[in-house]
Design a protein. Structure first.
Length: 157
């Protein structure tokens, strides 16, 4: 049974139920779930807390040996499109239609769709058990920054 993931990712009020510590832990759990040498595309919406939460999530991912492609501020469909051809998974920092004090973490599957609920449960199990993979000092992931908007627009055209 899922405890963190709801209908569409993890949502909460920033610095109350959705904290940098939670984002760090989910990053670590996702990176452990995916395994080393994986690539996760990371995007966010324009909420004020987006930088804080994406930085925390990126740190968690990097600590497991996963590389992060930071595509910056993008709509969720843009990240989904980018993941399909360029990453093993995606993590979108967004709370969609919720009020501005909320934010969220939404995991995108390698085909650009929402991650299956059974896979979310596996990530939660890793998170709650704290059985994270820890990369050695010379195997931590790296961050690359890429433009996801231009390829998305070109695809639509």
């Amino acid at each position: 049974m899922r405890k963190l993931f709801g209908t569409n990712g993890i949502r909460g009020i920033v610095n109350e139920t959705l904290t940098p510590e939670l984002a760090l832990g989910i990053g670590r759990a996702l990176g452990t779930y995916l395994g080393p040498d994986s690539v996760v595309a990371l995007g966010r919406d324009t909420r004020l807390s987006g930088d804080m939460l994406s930085s925390a999530a990126a740190s968690g991912l990097l600590s497991t040996g996963v590389d992060v492609v930071d595509v910056g501020i993008v709509p969720t469909p843009t990240l989904q499109h980018f993941v399909r051809d360029n990453a093993h998974a995606g993590l979108m920092i967004t709370a969609s239609h919720n009020p501005r004090e909320y934010n969220g973490l939404k995991v995108i599957a390698d085909d650009g769709t929402e991650l299956d609920h059974s896979e979310e449960e596996k990530i939660e199990r890793i998170y709650f058990s704290k059985s994270y993979r820890c990369a050695s000092w010379d195997s931590c992931g790296v961050v690359d920054r890429k433009d996801a908007i231009t390829p998305y627009i070109q695809s639509i055209l």
